[in-house]
Design a binder for this molecule. Structure first.
Ligand code: SF4
Ligand code: SF4
Length: 169
């Protein structure tokens, strides 16, 4: 699935449950994402350092799928990374393509550019995407990204206690 970003224009979205977005992309993680998800797995089993310092979700070798994808479904739905919660919406502090994304104002008075990834089969189905929800998540994402770095992860991990293994079924 190759990303096709276009400026957001009140698109509709209803997930078609194809699972493709969980098998084809590097998902950036914030430190808060990692803390939330660490109740399911030890971070060393799902965090990968990408490039020099970026933290992303690990993917399986056999299908490039996210390590939390099972039978086409996300197994950490309630705590999935912010980037997954926003998808197929992508927000950025700067334009991501030659075409400027839709510029929106966030609650703190700053602005962000909003795109929709039209390679997602769910775009055009379902309900209109709520712009206020995008605003809210975009601000949380920016604040969490701002305080995410490798040193912070290591510092937190030193006190981390592995979750007890849950019995299946
Ligand atoms: S968000 Fe889009 S790509 Fe991902 S599973 Fe739903 S329809 Fe498929
Ligand atoms: S965390 Fe869930 S939604 Fe995000 S890529 Fe993994 S399986 Fe998909």
């Amino acid at each position: 699935m190759k990303e096709v970003l276009v400026p957001f224009e009140d698109h509709r979205f209803g997930c078609a449950m194809c699972g493709e977005c969980c098998c084809s992309r590097n998902i950036p993680l914030t430190l808060e994402d990692i803390k939330r998800i660490s109740k399911y797995k030890d971070p060393k089993d799902f965090v990968v350092i990408f490039g020099e310092r970026k933290l992303v979700l690990d993917r399986r070798e056999w299908d490039s799928g996210c390590v939390f994808l099972r039978d086409g479904k996300c197994t950490i739905q309630e705590d999935k990374p912010l980037v997954c919660r926003l998808f197929p919406i992508c927000v950025s502090d700067y334009p991501l393509t030659e075409e400027e994304g839709r510029k929106i104002e966030l609650e703190d008075g700053t602005s962000a550019f909003v795109y929709v990834d039209t390679s997602c089969k769910g775009v055009g189905r379902g309900k209109s995407v709520d712009l206020n929800d995008i605003r809210r998540k975009a601000l949380i994402l920016r604040n969490e990204v701002f305080v995410t770095d490798l040193e912070g992860l290591i510092g937190w991990y030193l006190d981390y206690e592995e979750p007890e293994e849950k019995e299946e079924g």
